[in-house]
Design a protein around this ligand. Sequence first.
Ligand SMILES: [Mn+2]
Length: 315
Amino acid sequence: MAALYVPPIQIPDGFTVWSATDWHGQLRAADRLLHAAGLTDGADRWTAPPATALVVTGDVVDRGPDTVGLVRRLASLRAQATLAGGCVALLWGNHEAQVLGGLGGDARIFRALMTFGGGATLLSVGMRPDEWEGRSPAAIAARVDELAPDLLPTLWTFAPYARWRDVLFVHGGPVPFCELDRFERSVDRLWIRDAFFASPDPFPSAAAWTSYRKAGLGQVVFGHTPVERPTWSHAGRALNLDTWRGQHVTLARLGMGQELREAVFLAEPAEPRAMADAPVTSEEIRLFDTDLPAIVDAWVAGERRSPDVPGHNGT
Ligand SMILES: [Mn+2]
């Protein structure tokens, strides 16, 4: 498995930026949104003007009807956009970490994967439930690699975060009292919820956010915690685009006046989940939220240290 180092993405100041998050396999809704925004034509080719960026802040996989189709669409648009003078930034979410770590051999991450919608990803690969129930993660991963050999390598190309002007794009949010190099390395940024968006410490002026402020970051676009509709916090300086709770998926054009308050939204209804989640208690969710980041960090560090990784660069 190619555990390549992928750096954060810097989008040039002059670009027009669209952003989305937590699309969770909703390929048809995503296609309609991208077409409505003028980013693609009716045949799903990238047709945006030069200097246009699409930033997807993670959780492309799991739950919805077509994870593999959505990952392939976004990877194809990323290649096309690069050739057309644009940019498609695909960023990690905790679900990408769960797919990579769960199929990469860690039993605890595998349990999280299958608890939170991973079965939908396996269905989209072309597997049937009887091909994964009772099987080992290694056997399931081998079957995934047979049926969709591009899926896991593509997820490894996702970036930790992106920035544009003073805007930070990240799945969960900035982590308080965290230097930027650790913020980039640790998956805490994928799991954080109200410790960012409901923090009484205003972003970016409070001491908790000094490292981000010093790096020129003053606004945040994020997801991970489902909301009914696009939701601002931190006096309009943070914008949550994970509208899964409202059963629709959203694409936002960020304000030309550099204020997130001026964002314009397109929305499409989400299709039903490909399969129901297994029952899970709120206590189990809490344990996953508190324990998984360190488990995933240790697993990723081990992948990057492994000597047989092609392109290994020592980071
Ligand atoms: Mn998430």
